[in-house]
Design a protein around this ligand. Sequence first.
Ligand code: SF4
Ligand code: SF4
Length: 271
Amino acid sequence: MAKPQIGIVGFTGCAGCQLSILDLEDELLDLLNLVDIIDFRMAMTGNKEGPYDILFVEGSIVNDKQEEELKELRKKAAVLVAIGSCACFGGVQAMRNYRDDKKIREAAYGEEGAKNFPVFQVKPINKVVDVDHYILECPVNKYEFLDFVKYVLIGGKPKLPNLPVCHQCKALENRCIFLENNIICMGPVIQAGCGALCPSYGLPCDGCRGSTLEAAYQQQVDLMIKKGASVQDVSRFLLKYNGEDPQVKDFLLKAWHEQDKNLKYEEEEEK
Ligand code: SF4
Ligand code: SF4
């Protein structure tokens, strides 16, 4: 029986997710007994553009050319999987969607150069094509990637748990750095699956796995402010990875519409 044909491609991001997959090393050799990797430009030559049984896509879409390329790839992929926060929610670069275009262009190219360079809105890949599955995190966890491939190979339908990072943090019996140490942490509203990695080392969850379903952003922001977070802290935590996460976007647009000055961070930052 022919082995399933796999592709791993990258658009705009830091390529860290592809590196994580390469970091599988020994497991990758075992994986090659089960699948044919036909397209992995970061790792090999002689790549073939489909057809793919599974195509993994890293990075967000930042211009029209990428949009067309992604649409063409989708036509050649039976199953398309977004990997990492850039592909899933826009990633760090989606912060620019909340800024003034002209200011961004001038910061990058100077006043004169800015006239010649457009700034595009950053899009997670599901704003351009249908996405069948998501593998979260920044970068993706190499074992989660491997489990996903194994699961699909045996005919399973991978499903994300709808639990917050706090759930895993509690299961590990970590002390809560948010409530006990006033370290602002996004654990209550962020999708679990990383094993509460950051809080387990005493660091706050920055939100790299995206929101849980029906995340309570208003309560989270109220608590952050109560715990002494500044406006900049709040906006940084909300937007760092998830600028194009629909729940974050809806929440922010509503807050701005209602003139919630706690979230009018841009003016504050520029004082
Ligand atoms: S999700 Fe993170 S690691 Fe992956 S490409 Fe984007 S910035 Fe890099
Ligand atoms: S704790 Fe939060 S920021 Fe850290 S890996 Fe998990 S989801 Fe990402």
